[in-house]
Design a protein around this ligand. Structure first.
Ligand code: ATP
Ligand code: MG
Length: 478
């Protein structure tokens, strides 16, 4: 792989020159570190918007001075307790920190922090590829400082800790997830010693806040091939603590010669499939969770073999429990995932069968605005290894999408509003609210969805009268 270690062009902007001058005027030494350096070397820096700077001395002092020179164009926030400062400038987040030495003790999760040298600061960083620094100082502007051979690891595509991995991961267990996240984002391998250390220390993950865990999970889900991260999480024993709903899907059982598919690996295939067609995070979560109801509903019956009756309903309820446990927001995103899980088997039935107008109308009626997302999920759900079937299902989905457009243009089922209101029915027959009103409304809705009458006032009105009479109701003459 071609690595780019020349920073001249990348650092030739006014901003970097201003940082150099400001730092120099204050008599400080400043370096850019972390993701910017790593991604520049890898040639994936195009969209980098968060930049991390480390200063020997006070990062806050540098940030304040820089802000003054940027006059009105930047927004400064100072986090005194952490010794950091951030400037939002020109769509970027510029993070400033003073070089520090950290020492962890077994008694406390928070490290003791003291001022340190650049080398101390590089020592406290999680991975060799994240510990690379580039000088922003006058005398050696643009020089790469790489004490742990991070460059070699970038070449080898390897995630490795600068210090003993057992200590690194035990000190801050979030690093275990970060290792897996970077391996997924960069398509790197995690060093064998690191993997062993993570497997050994995995129970320490429990001390990390759920929010930070979810942040990393979201980043893993956002990559091109998310299965890589979930397989790694599984391999080191983290997945069964974080998302037991998924590990419970593992395995193939056989009774009387009948087997079912391994729903864990199937799920990961679905997630990889959907990642090719959408970057919608919540749709990706839906793919990840679409089959979780299969573990608790699995049954074997002599007649039909393996069944997972109402796994969609059970799965949707599990989504709520899972979001709550991980302290994810219980808002409309969660409801969206629930809805996707709940409806996840509906279109596939269509795709396997003859696609009738009424089935399509019912699908639009039930899925509402989410019908496109639902189809995206269900197409990703096609993981059959039988090429003939694969082709047939995809063809049918194509047909379903076409039919949806046709039917919707004609019948306007999306966000269905009944053409006859309960009030009209009550007026026509002189009723107060009662079960007959509901029965007539239901009959009209069903007739529209079935295609027995069009979704129009006239037809619905006639049907109302016919139904009313059939129920023995008397019309009020106007
Ligand atoms: P990204 O592209 O995701 O921003 P990044 O490497 O810049 O990647 P950040 O989370 O922005 O990651 O952190 C900046 C730098 O701070 C890292 O490169 C790493 O050197 C250091 N760092 C961040 N979190 C940790 C941690 N938990 N332990 C040790 N070092 C860390
Ligand atoms: Mg960063």
């Amino acid at each position: 792989m071609q690595l780019n270690t020349n920073f001249n062009e990348a650092l030739s902007t006014d901003l970097f020159h201003l940082i150099r001058e400001t730092s120099s005027d204050l008599g400080l030494k400043t370096y850019i570190v972390g993701g910017f350096v790593r991604d520049h070397i890898l040639g994936r820096n195009k969209l980098k918007t968060d930049l991390d700077f480390v200063t020997i001395g006070s990062g806050i002092e540098l940030a304040k001075a820089l802000k003054r020179r940027l006059s009105n164009t930047g927004k400064l926030s100072v986090f005194k307790t952490y010794g950091t400062a951030m400037i939002k400038y020109d769509g970027m987040d510029l993070e400033f920190v003073g070089a520090r030495k950290e020492s962890y003790s077994a008694q406390s999760r928070k490290p003791a922090v003291e001022e340190g040298t650049l080398e101390d600061d590089q020592n406290r960083r999680d991975f060799t590829i994240n510990a690379l620094a580039v000088s922003l100082n006058r005398d050696d502007f643009g020089k790469l400082i790489d004490p742990f051979n991070g460059l070699e690891d970038l070449k080898r595509k390897c995630i490795r800790t600068p210090l003993d991995p057992v200590i690194t991961y035990s000190d801050d267990p979030l690093r275990m997830l970060r290792a897996i996240r970077f391996a997924s984002q960069l398509n790197f391998e995690i060093d064998r010693n690191s993997l062993q250390a993570i497997a050994k220390e995995n129970k320490r993950m429990a001390i990390i806040s759920r929010e930070r865990v979810v942040d990393e999970l979201n980043k893993i889900l956002a990559v091109d091939t998310p299965s890589k991260g979930f397989l790694l999480l599984d391999e080191v024993g983290l997945l069964e603590d974080i998302l037991p709903e998924l590990t419970n899907l593992k395995g193939i059982e056989e009774v009387e010669g009948q087997t079912h598919k391994d729903n864990f690996y199937h799920t990961l295939e679905v997630v990889d499939n959907i990642a090719k067609t959408t970057s919608n995070l919540w749709l990706r979560w839906s793919a990840l969770l679409h089959d979780i109801g299969k573990a608790p509903t699995k049954k074997f019956s002599k007649k039909v073999g393996w069944t997972f009756h109402s796994h969609e309903f059970v799965g949707a309820k599990m989504v709520y429990e899972l979001f709550k446990r991980l302290k994810m927001p219980l808002n409309e995103k969660m409801k969206f995932v629930q809805k996707m899980v709940f409806m996840s088997s509906r279109p596939i039935v269509l795709a396997q069968d003859i696609v009738t107008d009424s089935a399509v109308r019912r699908l639009i009626f039930d899925a509402g605005d989410y019908v496109d997302d639902l189809l995206t999920l269900c197409e990703a759900d096609i993981t059959t290894k039988n090429p003939k079937r694969f082709e047939r299902y995809h063809k049918n989905f194509h047909l379903v999408r076409k039919k949806i457009d046709e039917v919707e243009a004609r019948d306007h089922i999306r966000n269905f509003q009944p053409p006859i209101s309960g009030e009209m029915i009550m007026n026509k027959f002189g009723l107060s609210p009662c079960k007959e009103v509901g029965m007539i409304k239901e009959k009209i809705k069903e007739s529209i969805l079935e295609g027995d009458i069009p979704n129009e006032f006239e037809a619905a009105y006639s049907l109302m009268i016919k139904e009313g009479i059939a129920l023995g109701l008397k019309m009020i003459e106007e």
